[in-house]
Design a protein. Sequence first.
Length: 274
Amino acid sequence: MRNGLSFHPLTLTFSPTGRGEMKGHLEEHRMSLASDLKVLYHLAVKPVKGDNHAQRLDSFYSGQAGAYDDFRKRLLKGREEMYRSIEPPQDAVWVDMGGGTGSNLEFIADRIGNLKQAYVVDLASSLLKVCDDRIKQRGWSNVKTVEADATAWTPDEGYADVVTFSYSLTMIPDWFAAMENALRILKPGGTIGVVDFYVSRKFPDESLKRHPWFTRSFWPVWFASDNVFPSRDHVPYLQRHFETTNLEENRAKVPYLLWFKTPYYIFTGTKREA
């Protein structure tokens, strides 16, 4: 059977089952396209307004929060690999900075029960509402949402065993402060995990990839309209302040931008012992 048609040596007949399946696939495609168009409108057309970072985030996300996860799953690569690679100790405190809808926690769903506490920290209340629904549906009694600034927030326990940033560091205006705060709350020997867009320095360290001029120039401009700022300093900063466990530099296709691939990195490391 192909495309709902049953082929026989002398006859050609429609298969009702195949036709129903094809109709279902077309409906799914239509709904997916409509969802994508909503996200693309917010990415490329709708002005981002607000007098502070929190207001700008809600301006950007409020109209697309429900469609956020599906589109980002195709755009934001490396998340699953990064989260699954982290093995937290028993009764660990895990902080996901800029965790939004909490979709990142799905990658570690089999380990959440072993955590003492997980926090999803974000300034976008519209995304945290989606996360609250997810927590309720999944029955995660040890997961909390926190509407707070990643540059200053401290867990109730006063420390974290794991701190992660998934495509959030590029959206934090003072990302240096966010990194300093992560370093402050992270226990010695604790794990830092970051996955995000980036561009290389013009003359990077020999161990790192060097991007051509077009890549280094185009992507920062393209992302800036959405207040996303790929940095040439993320990777060097992380390598300088943490003991590197793993570093990957890759490229990902951008939905509806044919032939364009944006650079992203995956970094995991540990806080050096005092």
